[in-house]
Design a protein around this ligand. Structure first.
Ligand code: AMP
Ligand code: MG
Length: 408
């Protein structure tokens, strides 16, 4: 648009600059497995067992020795093995053992023949096909070897990890305590939902978005509400947050002009950098430290606040919480509409990704103004347009990032 963008900080530099300074600040605690859902593992989990712990049958059928089948004559059933009730009797030559799924295979078993490939006449079992050695036997340790690292430190426990840990007999796990995050919104124009608006007022939307994202990340949130643009009240809120939380996240008041109060206070209380990022939306962003807590100042515009939280604050909080973090996969899609873009900033446009006849297609959600919230709520992905790229024509290939766990 003709304005000078050369002084803007690239997103990757901002991210690297922040992450270099941050380290995990959450102590460990030991929790019973069911209570550890959503928590971050404090240490690697090595398997105390082999999984499966013994050779067992993958089918309902008959355990056989291949040498007994060589003659082609039927075998006599010597007995039965059930899950939880191994067969412990004699197994003379010319015999087989009836076996159910999950039962330990009797010593000497070469294969399990599935029931459908046999014919039973009383105790006399005829085998219709010659089994391969090892067929239908799940070997001890074939899933997980004893002592193998099954989950590395930093893993956030989801429903997918719970049965895995239970299968290893893990009753309690060492996890990080949740990160404590204080938040407030700044602005004389802001009112909480549930109250009437005077002329010039708007509802505070950012705090509800930030709270929701913190909940998804498993953080404890200390919500300090709306703080007016008043130095004394702002100072008190900064001090309280610094005393009570690991992190403070505010929205608003970081752009030029109005930023002055905040900037003045933060200069006095801590070491905070005010950055102009080369991204759209989300240009103004502040990062630094108060005496005890880390500080992230998000822009006031609701879409900018959400996007900067997702792209910058989320990885930073993960590092402070001791969590491994990976961005969602990025994919390539073809545009079905032209996209407005001027060179100078990395754009995170909001898009709708769908499966077209020839592959992935993406279109815009409409106005990309950072105050237009519907652009985010109707979207299912970012359309990420490189910094130097200009207008995008129909049919061009663009990078898309489907919304991951945070924004879904
Ligand atoms: P600021 O960064 O404080 O200059 O705010 C930029 C724009 O975002 C202004 O239009 C504000 O009214 C708006 N804004 C700031 N904070 C919020 C909020 N918590 N909820 C909704 N809009 C906000
Ligand atoms: Mg403001």
């Amino acid at each position: 648009m003709g304005f000078d963008t050369s002084g803007l900080l690239p997103l990757s530099d901002a991210l690297q600059g922040m992450l270099e300074q941050l380290a995990c600040c959450c102590d460990n605690e030991q929790l019973p497995l069911p209570e550890a859902l959503g928590r971050v593992l404090a240490s690697d989990i090595a398997s105390p067992l082999a999984v499966p712990p013994f050779d067992n049958s993958a089918m309902d059928g008959y355990a056989v020795r291949l040498s007994d089948l060589a003659s082609g004559t039927p075998l006599i059933m010597a007995g039965k093995a059930f899950a939880g009730q191994p067969y412990q009797g004699e197994w003379p030559a010319g015999h087989c053992v009836r076996i159910m799924t999950g039962a330990p295979v009797p010593p000497g078993t070469d294969a399990v023949v599935m029931q459908e490939e046999t014919q039973a006449d009383g105790d006399r079992i005829t085998f219709l096909a010659q089994p391969e050695p090892g067929q239908n036997i799940r070997r001890a340790g074939s899933d997980i070897g004893k002592g193998a690292c099954v989950l590395p430190a930093g893993t956030r426990l989801t429903p997918r990890e719970m049965p895995l840990l239970a299968s290893l007999g893990v009753a309690t796990v060492a996890v990080r305590r949740p990160l404590k995050v204080a938040i407030f919104s700044t602005g004389d124009e802001l009112k909480p939902v549930g109250t009437p608006l005077a002329h010039g007022d708007i509802y505070d939307s950012n705090r509800y978005g930030v709270r929701a994202m913190l909940a998804r990340l498993g953080c404890d949130c200390l919500d300090l509400g709306i703080i007016p643009d008043d130095p004394a009240q702002l100072r008190a809120a900064f001090i309280r947050a610094d005393e009570e939380a690991d992190v403070l996240i505010t929205t608003g008041g970081v752009s030029v002009g109005e930023a002055d109060f905040t900037k003045q206070l933060l200069d006095e209380l801590g070491e905070i950098g005010f950055w102009k990022l080369a991204i759209k939306p989300g240009k103004p962003f502040a990062f630094g430290r108060l005496p005890c807590a880390w500080f992230f100042g998000l822009p006031g515009n609701p879409v900018s606040a959400m996007v900067t939280f997702d792209q910058l604050v989320q990885p930073a909080l993960a590092k402070l919480a001791g969590q491994r973090f990976e961005r969602p996969l990025q994919l390539q899609a073809v545009t079905t509409e032209p996209l407005k873009k001027s060179p100078g900033r990395l754009d995170f446009q909001r898009g709708i990704l769908s499966q077209g006849p020839n592959g992935l297609e993406v279109r815009s959600t409409g106005s990309q103004d950072s105050a237009v919230f519907s652009s985010l709520s109707r979207a299912n992905c970012y359309i990420i347009l490189e910094r130097e790229r200009g207008r995008v024509a129909v049919g061009e290939t663009v990078t898309v990032e489907p919304f991951g766990g945070l924004l879904l």
